[in-house]
Design a protein around this ligand. Structure first.
Ligand code: HEM
Length: 510
């Protein structure tokens, strides 16, 4: 059989393309990880041995499943259940170590000086983009880097200034008082006390607050978006645990298809809301979307955000602002149920400062005990338990030289419970440690970072704290609460730190 010259050339070309692919693959799955591992080991860092492709993802996944299979006692340390692999590594390898996210080495840091540097040098330590699916739920500011991040942060900042947020206190009040009234009805039906799983109520509360404060007049459509985002978060969490299967996100599985469908629905609803606002050219609304559009339109040509980008930021407010705040509130109520003395002190303060009046920014700012309690809950139960960054080029970090291609993990939960940083009572609930503020409690170290740190610190922290104070004030002045006998203590992460079996409390009308 004769092979023509052109077929021969095509075969050679094909073979070369194939060889190039095989080379790239071998480099990605073996040569680069081993090269990086050597560089880390030469600097005295130790870690898990590299398993091609999957790294520690399977091990992490099975350690998490094992940890989640049994609840713990209220007084137990939650870290073995929430971050089992990093904790085991910390015990065996010391303060800095590496593990593997597939073929990427992840260096965990717990030294406050190193953490400060990572948070401050935002151009050297960027956001990792390992799971592109995450963009479905949390794109926008939280995911951008470099100049694009700086531009968006500048435009969005005004929407979160205290001057603007203080006008949202009535919306916080409205959503919170609706829930309190519902609980009062439930308690009245049962005499004067009732058992309630407060977790779904608090999830709805914070979703309601975001729908109202972000979308004001488009509140109902906002609520729809929230329902879809919540479903998406569930599906994404399941997808992450299979992320070690190469190309899994492209498989046409039922859940992958549903995720795309939800994404389309959310985008359609949001673009409808934004489109109507832009077309109407009405006086700017005092909601987050209104302030954002106003700040955006005040930019010189080419310096503003596109409608698509505004849409991403609105989606992000839901994800970043709703879930985290409901988590803060639920652990606060659980810990105040366990520590009745602090519940009584907080109530006394609320009655003194607010009495039966509607809260406003000034009265909320006077709630010192409530603030101490919220900080202590954020320390022991940080909604985001771990943050990470990617290093793209060789970077000096103290004595270490980080090669390009590694990630850095900042385990907030481990740092905030570290006995060397917080004392031998680090695991105990002692809000008094914050009586003179955060810098005194931390001795000016970067050891309290529930909202992150540095230029990329949470843009919504004032919003979250004011909302939480409003909710607590309203609840405390109407109810006393304790853990129900059916409460099961089982913190676990679904992006943020959830109570796995809900939060069953007994509410007693005062
Ligand atoms: C208790 C409540 C909250 C907690 C614990 C929390 C936590 C955090 C953390 C840890 C970061 C930093 C992420 C990193 O550096 O990788 C962050 C960033 C962010 N948060 Fe929050 N957050 C809360 C509430 C909110 C609220 C209410 C909103 C908005 C409505 C919000 C919007 C954002 C945004 C947009 C970013 C990205 C900032 C940037 O990269 O410049 N957060 N948050």
């Amino acid at each position: 059989m004769e092979i023509s010259f052109s077929s021969m050339a095509a075969l050679v070309a094909l073979a070369m393309v194939l060889m190039a692919w095989i080379w790239r693959f071998v480099k990605w799955v073996w040569l680069k990880p081993k090269f990086l591992e050597n560089r880390l080991k030469r600097q005295g860092l130790s870690g898990t041995p590299y398993t091609p492709f999957v790294g520690d993802m399977r091990r992490n996944s099975s350690m998490l499943s094992e940890a989640r299979s049994k609840p713990i006692n209220l007084t137990d340390d939650i870290t073995p259940r929430v971050l089992p692999l990093p904790l085991t590594m910390l015990k065996t390898h010391g303060k800095s170590f590496f593990t593997w996210l597939g073929p990427i080495p992840v260096i965990t840091l717990t030294n406050p000086e190193q953490i400060k540097e990572v948070f401050n040098k935002i151009y050297d330590y960027e956001k990792p983009h390992t799971f592109p699916l995450v963009r479905l739920i949390a794109s926008g500011l939280v995911n951008y880097d470099g100049d694009k991040w700086a531009k968006h942060r500048r435009i969005i900042n005004p929407a979160f200034h205290l001057e603007k947020i203080k006008n949202m206190v009535p919306a916080f009040y409205q959503s919170c008082s609706e829930i309190v009234q519902e609980w009062e009805r439930l308690a009245a039906d049962k005499g004067s006390s009732c058992e309630v799983d407060i977790w779904p109520w608090l999830v709805n509360l914070t979703a309601d607050v975001i729908s109202r404060t972000a979308f004001g007049s488009n509140y109902r459509e906002g609520q729809m978006i929230f329902k879809l985002q919540a479903e998406l978060a569930q599906l994404l969490t399941q997808a992450f645990r299979k992320a070690y299967i190469p190309g899994y996100r492209y498989f046409p599985t039922k859940s992958n298809r549903r995720m795309k469908e939800i994404d389309r629905e959310i985008r359609a609803t949001l673009s409808g809301i934004i489109g109507k606002r832009v077309e109407a050219r009405e006086a700017p609304n005092d909601d987050l979307l209104g302030i954002l559009l106003e700040s955006n339109s005040g930019q010189s040509k080419g310096n503003g955000m596109s409608i698509e980008e505004v849409m991403q930021e609105c989606k992000l407010f839901y994800f970043a602002g709703q879930e985290t705040t409901s988590v803060l509130l639920v652990w606060t109520m659980i810990l105040l149920s366990q520590h009745q003395d602090w519940q009584a002190r907080a109530r006394e303060e609320v009655m003194q400062v607010l009495g039966d009046r509607k809260p406003d920014i000034d009265s909320l700012n006077q709630l010192k005990v409530v603030t101490m309690i919220l900080y202590e809950v954020l320390r022991l139960y940080p909604p985001a338990t771990q943050l990470s960054r990617a290093v793209h080029k060789e970077t000096k970090l103290g004595d270490l030289t980080l090669p390009g291609g590694v990630h850095v993990a900042l385990p907030i939960l481990l740092i905030q419970r570290d006995v060397e940083l917080w004392g031998s009572d680090a695991g105990e609930f002692k809000p008094e440690r914050f009586k003179d503020g955060i810098s005194k409690a931390t001795k000016n170290q970067v050891s309290f970072l529930p909202f992150g740190w540095g230029p990329r610190i949470c843009i919504g922290q004032n919003f979250a704290l004011l909302e939480s104070k409003t909710a607590l004030a309203l609840i405390l002045r109407r109810f006393s609460f304790e853990l129900s006998p059916s409460y099961v203590h089982a913190p676990y992460t679904v992006f943020t730190l959830h109570p796995q079996f809900g939060a069953h409390l007994v509410l007693r009308k005062l």
